[in-house]
Design a binder for this molecule. Sequence first.
Ligand SMILES: Cc1cc2nc3c(=O)[nH]c(=O)nc-3n(C[C@H](O)[C@H](O)[C@H](O)COP(=O)(O)O)c2cc1C
Ligand code: SF4
Length: 405
Amino acid sequence: MTEIRRLLPETGIMSGPTSVERLTERGFERAMARAMLMTPSDIIAEVSQSGIKGRGGAAFPTGLKWSMVSQAPGAQKYVVMNADESELGTFKDRVLLEQDPLGPLSGLVIAAHAVGARKAFCYIRGEYREVEQVLAAAIETLRRVGLVGPDTVEVEIRRGAGAYIAGEETALFNSIEGMRPEPRVKPPFPTNKGLWGSPTLIQNVETLANVAVLFAHDVEWFKAYGTKDTPGTKLVALSGHIHRPGVYEVPFGTPVADILNAPELGGSVAGTGRLGAVLLGGAAGTFLNAAEVQNTLLDYPSLSKVGASIGSGAMMVFDDTVDLTWVLTKMARFFAEESCGQCVPCRIGTRRILEIAESGNLWSRTQDLRELGQAMRDASICGLGQTAPLALLSALDRPELRHHD
Ligand SMILES: Cc1cc2nc3c(=O)[nH]c(=O)nc-3n(C[C@H](O)[C@H](O)[C@H](O)COP(=O)(O)O)c2cc1C
Ligand code: SF4
């Protein structure tokens, strides 16, 4: 089991991450030149054939989203790179932007050409000040070679200010427009009415990096890794009780246990060395027990059998001494604080969960928590409220994870 490097630059690459030479060395110059010679519909067809799905969490088919924006009526269209990256345990976009910012930016330029946008925004997490500087330097490089500018697409950086909810696409639009980052009711969807009411394509940093490497090669090359359902590779962010925490690129379909244990990847569970649980996908994700980790592949169909999804690719590892009640209480506080408060199921639901957790009754009030969770999933306006109970419910479904003193 070796680490793949496609989205992340190959080891031994000589050029600086924001240099013109990097554009050539990584094939991004070729990627953009190839795309610019194609019609928008041919570009979108190639993205669809590649099978790329969004890497920000929802795994929406990227080609389909591009065709929706391209077909939406409107003279003014926008593209947005979502680099807000505030999901707990998620730091892969940061590494990608530090090591190879010209990849996601090349994907952004190709996306703008495909959907007919002349204006793009990169919305970056406020705490990522150093990363923002790298990103700005990379945009300048593209400007110098004429791939960014008034004749192609203008790219502007906007900085978040510490709110988790600002990563939700419509909250992010409000933030760019200078308003509070409160999600909008959907529909209308961003593909029809996004920034300033115009059709807007928003993609995660890693999704755009996939587009860049696809156009630097071709569909066949792209599909050489991964599964039939999900071609390509995924960045995973390993943290917690793991010997080699960090960001790794693996093909979809890799056994989850290999990601933890392979010497070139996680290098095995730290702490006691005995796995308690893995939280997959961050606070909005799912707990897997040791048996599930052993028997599941990093792919959507395999994970859906155990009620999980890949989410952002965060993998937080807990050894068998960690009291998950403590972890769940911390996460409950996180959601109660980060809820924008706009809708009742989420504003009150996240508070109720926190109260139950702080009163020490998490494992005895499971029926109440399940009903609360269902109401939040059914009636919250946005993904924050809809996913806030998921990790908790996944833990309640796995009573073996409960820590007994
Ligand atoms: C509370 C919340 C936070 C989110 N944060 C991010 C984020 O930091 N980065 C991101 O790419 N997507 C985030 N998303 C998902 C975005 O709304 C959107 O689906 C994504 O940017 C689309 O890009 P993709 O199709 O390439 O994944 C978040 C969603 C929710 C509900
Ligand atoms: S679900 Fe929560 S975060 Fe989303 S709009 Fe409603 S209150 Fe705000």
